[in-house]
Design a protein around this ligand. Structure first.
Ligand SMILES: [Zn+2]
Length: 310
């Protein structure tokens, strides 16, 4: 399957045709040959944004084009993998107040602003590139001794340059649970004050050290809504590099129904019937009334999954 194909699949960022070719990462000569061999496909990422053309296509560069615009020796260049005999790389452009001039007509935009316009495979690849670049810029110094780190293993690790330390760190993704709680005919949705007006979503929170995923689901739902949940069932997962998570989607059965938020994460939380959710609008539709989360989110996937049940 190519990056441009767009299979019918409702969960964005999960169609991943690229071969990550992880066993090649330690082979510096091979990675270098990939980069300069003429077939390299380089995806620039600047300030957590991708360079998108006026017709909503990601703009990709070869080595010569990229080297003309950017000092490739001083900024993260990450080997992402191989697709159709083409090696793909993510290029982390240094922070700057204004977007760098890459010499082509296009704009650096947030992935969430264009994701619904992209073929599924491209959306997944851009999410992967974004996650890797963000990790690099957050780990330029050693977490153990503070010395600068250097990119190693094709960008899939960073190694401390202090020889007596030599600590190696690896890209991290933070697990977060996201849960649709039901009490039979109704589902539990809440909203945070900074979300688009009227948008309600499923209950989410980060997994803490020492917790099972099921324990996180029960704790987060209890903290945010006061609802106790019994059976917890895993449904699906979604990479969520905003900035560095993987969302683990669950369904949970409520054991209680009285809503009472013990923390202030949600400004409102309610039970909704299917008929009520059917009357919701779309997140970006504007206007007043209740709205569903974006179509690219696993939250929406969990809600639609529930709506299809009879
Ligand atoms: Zn160190």
């Amino acid at each position: 399957m190519s990056l441009r194909e767009n299979p019918a699949h409702p969960l964005t960022f999960t169609i991943g045709p690229i071969d990550r070719a992880a066993l090649l990462r330690p082979d510096e000569k091979k990675i270098s040959a990939f980069l300069t061999g003429g077939r390299a496909q380089i995806v620039p990422v600047w300030n957590q944004r991708h360079l998108i053309s006026t017709d909503s296509r990601p703009l990709i560069f070869n080595y010569t084009e990229a080297a003309r615009r950017v000092d490739l020796s001083s900024t993260p260049l990450v080997f992402l993998g191989v697709e159709n005999d083409e090696p793909w790389f993510a290029l982390g452009l240094p922070d700057s107040e204004t977007p760098p001039d890459m010499g082509v007509p296009g704009t650096f935009v947030m992935l969430t602003d264009v994701v619904t316009l992209l073929p599924a495979g491209e959306a997944t690849l851009l999410a992967y590139a974004r996650a890797m670049v963000i990790w690099h810029f957050n780990h330029l110094h050693c977490g153990r001794c503070g010395a600068p780190t250097a990119l190693t293993e094709g960008g899939h690790s960073r190694t401390c340059t202090n020889a007596t330390c030599a600590h190696r760190s690896f890209p991290r993704t933070d697990p977060a649970v996201i849960t649709l709680v039901t009490d039979g005919p109704r589902c539990l949705l809440g909203r945070q004050s900074q979300w688009p007006l009227g948008m309600y979503s499923t209950i989410a929170g980060f997994v803490e050290p020492g917790e099972t995923l099921e324990q996180t689901v029960r704790r987060e739902v209890r903290e945010e809504t006061g609802i106790r949940v019994g059976e917890v069932r895993y449904v699906a997962s979604q990479p969520w590099p905003f900035p560095s998570s993987v969302m683990l989607g669950f369904r949970a059965e409520a054991l209680s129904t009285e809503i009472r938020g013990d923390d202030d994460e949600l400004e409102d939380c309610r039970w909704f019937t299917r008929a009520e959710v059917d009357a919701f609008g779309d997140r970006d539709a504007g206007g007043v009334g209740f709205k569903l989360p974006g179509r690219y989110s696993i939250s929406r996937f969990l809600i639609e999954d529930w709506r299809r049940e009879t």
